[in-house]
Design a protein around this ligand. Sequence first.
Ligand code: ZN
Length: 180
Amino acid sequence: MAIPNVPPNPAQWKFIWDSPSLPKIDFFCWTLAHNSILTRDNLRRRAMEGPSWCNLCKSEEETADHLFLSCPFASEVWKGVLLLNSDNFELPRNIPNLFQTWSKLSPFGLSKNLHLKNCWLWIPKFICWKLWMERNNRLFKNESCNPTKVIIKVKALLGETLDANSAKKTGKALNREEEL
Ligand SMILES: [Zn+2]
């Protein structure tokens, strides 16, 4: 796989692989950290024709940093999941920075509760994944949700993954293939 633009940084790979969530989502984040997902700017770099605008806000150019961080739609989702108001909300400005710094922002750093710690580490992965799903649903299925629905999906995914991890520890069978 081509690795454009992003210099190797152990901190972001460590974040992605040391906080395993679901394999398809971890792999998606790894691809995202390489700036290799097929956002409109990357498609155009590969000489593929098409509109350049973001499907979520329909105003700015779609880049990974825009789609997952600075898009007003994404911003609503981050605020809703983190229960923040607009006055105290400032996300990292780009994807490498997000993955490099997220664990340091944890409010559960000193807690011994592994569930809370894991939950915090999964948040950026799950938000990016659900924003990507929303973008693709709009593009390929002509279906759209508002930010509130995406927030609910992210929280549901957090709850399901926590339950799955607990079930794994207690030996219950898991069905990892189900649609999350
Ligand atoms: Zn946008």
